[in-house]
Design a protein around this ligand. Structure first.
Ligand SMILES: Nc1ncnc2c1ncn2[C@@H]1O[C@H](COP(=O)(O)OP(=O)(O)OP(=O)(O)O)[C@@H](O)[C@H]1O
Length: 271
């Protein structure tokens, strides 16, 4: 089944949803009764260090189960080994740091990810080629992973995340460590992904959010403090349009809206 038909089959059902999710690490409450829904398009997950962003992504990737609450993917609650395995095949993940064999070529790395995600053997070569084309790494397909620059490595990371045509793509701080030109290129790539799937991107960079995302969630101290469109976030800033919309959406207005949410909830970190 293609991603598009997965999404269509889900109708108005979100691609992913968490309801009342609580996660604890011993005495730390990393997520505290979080509700969130994710639909096709690109959603930013904003919040200071330690807010719970990576933990929320780990619920969506099925790497972790909440202590309380539920997680649903493609309309089905996550639970039970067989069902979890099945939905996991429809999710692509780019972690903050990812492991690889440095001697693998880029092509081998992406093909290996396709095998892990159960892409049928007959489609692996074609899917790998398509994923490498999407991230513009075809020319480097035969280079070894250990020889890549930081930007190329991130691109290879995205290629492995999308090789199975996932309905849900999770990107944990995807532009960290990229130079300004690479970051601009990456924004285009992430926007393209959002046209095929539901993309959830954790980030600290307001400028990236302004250029790439349709919707925003703000997490503070494990609680969801804001959910809305980019315009609605910008409108949180003091002095934004009286009709509840921001005049302009850019890095500064996104940051001002974010800081207003943070201030209202008593936290001083910035994105
Ligand atoms: N394995 C762990 N053991 C104990 N505490 C943890 C563990 N992982 C995360 N935490 C704690 O849970 C809270 C949420 O962490 P999480 O990594 O989800 O935040 P984050 O928003 O992704 O932060 P960052 O922006 O720094 O990546 C933090 O207080 C963190 O210290």
């Amino acid at each position: 089944m293609s991603v598009g038909s997965d999404i269509a089959a889900a109708g108005t059902t979100p691609v992913a949803a968490v309801e009342g999710a609580t996660v604890r690490y011993k005495t730390v409450v990393a997520l505290d009764g979080v509700h969130a829904e994710f639909r096709p398009g690109t959603t930013a997950l904003l919040g200071p260090n330690g807010a719970g962003k990576t933990t929320l992504l780990s619920l969506l990737s099925t790497a972790r189960r909440p202590h309380e609450g539920t997680v649903s993917l493609l309309g089905e609650p996550v639970g039970g080994r067989a069902r979890t395995r099945r939905v996991r095949e429809r999710v692509g993940v780019l972690p903050q740091t990812f492991g690889y064999y440095p001697r693998f070529t880029v092509r081998e790395f992406v093909e290996y990810a396709a095998w892990l995600r159960k892409v049928p053997r007959a489609r692996r070569v074609e899917r790998t080629r398509e994923a490498l084309r999407l991230v513009e790494l075809e020319k480097h397909a035969d280079r070894r992973m250990g020889e890549l620059s930081g930007g190329m490595l991130r691109r290879a990371g995205i290629a492995q995340a999308v090789v199975n045509e996932p309905a849900l793509v999770l990107l944990d701080e995807p532009t960290v460590g990229l130079d300004p030109a690479q970051r601009v290129g990456f924004r285009g790539l992430i926007k393209d992904l959002g046209e095929r799937s539901a993309v959830v991107m954790s980030t600290h960079l307001a400028e990236d959010v302004a250029h790439v995302c349709d919707r925003v969630h703000v997490l503070l101290d494990g609680r969801m403090r804001f959910t809305g469109s980019l315009g609605e976030l910008c409108a949180q800033a003091p002095g934004a349009g009286r009709d509840g919309t921001a005049a302009e959406i850019n890095g500064s207005t996104v940051e001002a809206g974010y800081l207003a949410v943070v201030e209202r909830n008593g936290n001083e970190d910035r994105p």
